[in-house]
Design a protein around this ligand. Sequence first.
Ligand code: TYD
Ligand code: MG
Length: 469
Amino acid sequence: MARSRSVFVCQSCGTIHPRWAGQCEGCGEWNSIVEETSDAAPLGGAAKGKSGASRGKAGSIDFVPLTGSSERAPRLATRIGEFDRVLGGGLVQGSATLIGGDPGIGKSTLLLQAAAALSASARCAYISGEEAIDQVRMRADRLGVAASQVELAAATNVRDICAAIDVAAGPKIVVIDSIQTMYVDALDSAPGTVGQVRACAQELIRVAKRRGTALLIVGHVTKEGAIAGPRVLEHMVDTVLYFEGERGHPFRILRGVKNRFGPTDEIGVFDMTGEGLKEVGNPSELFLSDRQDGVAGAAVFAGIEGTRPMLVEIQALVVPSPLGTPRRAVVGWDSARLSMVLAVLEGRAGYRLSGNDVYLNVAGGLRITEPAADLAVAVALISSLTGEAVPADRVVFGEIGLSGEVRAVSQTEARLKEAAKLGFASAMTPRRRGAQSKGALRIIEMGDLSALDALFGDPAGATARIAEI
Ligand code: TYD
Ligand code: MG
């Protein structure tokens, strides 16, 4: 019998310390270190007999040539188009997928809907550690999937769960909701601690890999935005998806962060309704639906999310600051990037912004990471500063360099096509070689920021300036 030993683990980053301390040396977090017992004994009592037999003698690895053919198991499509797109075409058998998100964002709802759809073609188990069976049934009723073949269980002991799924005709898809409620009885620490989360995930993934079961694990994120027991888990699973959205907005975005079997830059867009999550086929229409015409301080950015063009409104408010150090607040974009755009506008294009408070918001709760949004941000800022509205039928995109130049971005054609499809009349873009207007769309090419203010309002004036740029 191995002796158990105390270790002190940071709950924020997983760093192990020999003794308790107020602050973690790994991540600098205060009061995050918790005592856990590390048990040297192997886990998985249920599978002990089998794993003992399959382990064989030491040194018995068989090397196989890379060129050998392997049976490629078909993907299990959830038939929720937006979910499948983010997964790269469906769930891969024997893979582990982690779905992270704030509590209450809709993870359980999404997975119950996916489980219901999957259960039509394969055995599918939904194991809830948070809700009782009746509560899950009530939710299924509300979602209109109460008649599906999903098998429910309310369990939190990983040993029991492994025993139930590690059988010959076991379920092909297993949903664990959530990993923070699960525990391994060989460890003394409380469910949700780094040690427990890691041990539970390890055990479940081992069984899933052996059985070819597709594992879907729900993980709540901490207030800092990391999955609790976090980085350890991200390394262990094949796919990490984040489900995000703003409270008070009905839009939810499923974003691929890591994917061993598919793209990582895809997003799936959903609308949270009274009857669960509905797919949003054309997100641009949704993100632009509340737009007001003729208001200064807004610009429509023609962005690309994954393979899909997406138009979103960027809103800016520039007001004189009563403070010595003006405020800069950003929602949905990178604040360092905003500082850069402000500095370039001030230093290269001569706008006085340093005495103003600046607020920037990406409408609809979307988070943009593309540098191509620079020009749209600059246009929204200048529009707010000058009080002149950007024409309502104009989209903007382009990256801004430190010398004030507007740089080319990828997938220009796709951005323009989406804008034309949604009835926009003009586009402000970087300069392109061999550029031509796209059908009805008038293209205003910008070489640098110097003529930015002349491009608002009157299209005739704008055209005159275009020739000079
Ligand atoms: P839930 O899936 O329980 O979130 P999570 O598992 O991520 O903690 O979602 C809970 C929220 O979703 C709750 O605030 C109510 C809302 N909701 C709807 O608006 N419509 C629905 O059909 C359902 C089931 C939930
Ligand atoms: Mg839940």
